[in-house]
Design a protein around this ligand. Structure first.
Ligand code: PGA
Length: 248
């Protein structure tokens, strides 16, 4: 499979950044063997879709559980698909902690997204205390299976993001990340059978140009979900380039 790198701009960005980023991106060599996706805040989806047409794929950072209705402030998967989104991040740890999203809600969102033709990027990851207590495999396995209840495996992506590595500058070591991706792969194979081998498992948590190459050199790491380092065209391109080289 091609590498997959997803830029999660979170609640950052502006029309000025989109303009600057796209100009810089156009000046960089085109990459093969990698799908690069940009997930801006919702109001910028149209601008990003237009600025990056044919250059980057479009994604969203969240979607509603419901298909439509009286849900003020929510955005339906179908609307995201209509705006040209191909991917949607679901169950990011910031949504799980700040908005109390449960595994069951994440699973509903993933099913809704899948039904709308989007590729759901389901995020899982343990907290620092859980890792320090050696519980990470059990915690992530339980979170994963709960978040995938009745979710079809087609177009699914799983992102492993240890909470202690997000925005902290503290990356999981390649061995820690690779081991957890191995555990996730095993759970996916048990759950989906042979199709579980084809689901991309990407790593997130302080991925930067400096550590991307080593991470992508790991057998079980198929790409990255990038926060801070995705706000600069050059550094996101360098990460995408490392993913492309890892696939060559
Ligand atoms: P970070 O964020 O790269 O800034 O650590 C990753 C994420 O939260 O998706």
């Amino acid at each position: 499979m091609a590498g997959l790198v997803i830029a999660n701009w979170k609640m950052h960005g502006s029309l000025a950044l989109i303009e600057e980023f796209s100009q810089q991106w156009r000046g960089l060599p085109q990459l093969s063997e990698v799908d690069a996706v940009l997930c801006p805040p919702t109001p910028y989806l149209v601008a990003v879709g237009e600025a990056f047409e044919g250059l980057l794929l479009l994604g969203a950072q969240n979607c509603a559980e419901q298909v439509e209705g009286a849900f003020t402030g929510e955005v339906a998967s179908q609307m995201l698909a209509e705006m040209g989104c191909k991917y949607v991040i679901i169950g990011h740890s910031e949504r799980r902690s700040l908005h109390r999203e449960s595994d069951a809600q994440v699973a509903i969102k993933a099913r809704t997204a899948n039904a709308a033709g989007l590729n759901p990027v389901v995020c899982v990851g343990e907290a620092l205390e859980q890792r320090e207590a050696g519980q990470q495999d059990a915690v992530v396995s339980e979170q994963l299976l709960g978040s995938l209840a009745q979710v079809p495996c087609d177009n699914l992506v799983v992102a492993y993001e240890p909470i202690w590595a997000i925005g902290t500058g503290r990356t999981a070591s390649p061995v820690q990340a690779d081991d957890m991706h191995g555990v996730i792969r095993q759970r996916l194979q048990e759950h989906f059978g042979a199709a579980g081998s084809e689901i991309p498992i990407i790593y997130g948590g302080s991925v930067k140009p400096e550590n991307a190459g080593v991470l992508f050199g790991c057998d079980n790491i198929d790409g990255a979900l990038v926060g801070g380092a995705s706000l600069e065209a050059k550094s996101f391109w360098q990460i995408a380039s490392a993913a492309s080289a890892g696939r060559a």
